[in-house]
Design a binder for this molecule. Structure first.
Ligand code: AMP
Length: 216
């Protein structure tokens, strides 16, 4: 007989990360029982007894997991670094949705002034990065349209996710410096890891095997 303490909820990041996570979950024996892309639901039962998937924005994943509303989560390292804190275990790198968090500037930029303005969604990461290097910058928080900021005179540089670099190039920008290599990580609620240890360990082992197969 199953009990409530055996149920496991996995919070997934909607979009590109979800697309790349689903094949790994499938290989781990966890498959949604309905087509997630055709539904407006947020919660999905899976082929594995008492394991459910919950789909949300990446920035909400660590909040759900740290507070125990989900047991396990999948989110980008950029999101986790920006979230900060030490309230989560991060036992597995899924090695998917890989990209870089970079500083980028206009292609023919003149030397930066004394206190350059840097536009970013990742203010916490950027603040720490520049502080560690003793560099004075003025951070401007934006939630999107980052790449337009230098051309519009709002900022001298940006801190953003770069994959192929096409978005930067299309907006007259070039990568200047890498802050972090990014990939999607599995996070686990600390209490769940103890209380549901057996179930969670099995899921982590199966996912680790799936990642190894993907890399091999
Ligand atoms: P690209 O033009 O290929 O360099 O892609 C850059 C844009 O795609 C950025 O503005 C990011 O917002 C988004 N992007 C690329 N890769 C990822 C990823 N792994 N996770 C989240 N966003 C990404």
């Amino acid at each position: 007989m199953s009990t409530a303490s055996e149920s496991v909820i996995i919070a997934l990041t909607r979009g590109r990360i979800l697309k790349e996570t689903l094949p790994l979950l499938r290989q781990a024996g966890i498959e949604p029982v309905e087509d997630m892309s055709r539904s407006r639901k947020l919660m999905f039962a899976t082929s594995l007894d008492q394991v459910s998937l919950l789909v949300m924005r990446g920035s909400d994943v660590p909040v759900y997991v740290e507070n125990g509303a989900a047991d396990i989560g999948v989110a980008g390292k950029d999101t986790l670094l920006e979230y900060g804190g030490d309230g989560l275990y991060e036992p597995l790198d899924l090695r998917i949705a890989r990209c870089r968090l970079m500083i980028a500037a206009p292609t023919r930029a003149s030397a930066p002034g004394v206190r350059p303005r840097v536009a970013t969604k990742f203010t916490r990461i950027a603040k720490r990065w520049f502080a560690e290097q003793g560099r004075q910058v003025e951070l401007i928080k934006l939630n999107g349209a980052l790449e337009a900021a230098p051309a519009m005179g709002l900022a001298d540089a940006i801190v953003d996710i770069v994959d192929t670099g096409n978005t930067l190039r299309a907006n007259g920008l070039e990568p200047v410096e890498t802050i972090a290599e990014i990939s999607s990580r599995v996070i686990v609620n600390k209490a769940s890891m103890k209380i549901k240890s057996r179930r969670i360990r099995v899921i982590l082992e199966r996912l680790a095997e799936a990642v190894a197969r993907l890399d091999g």
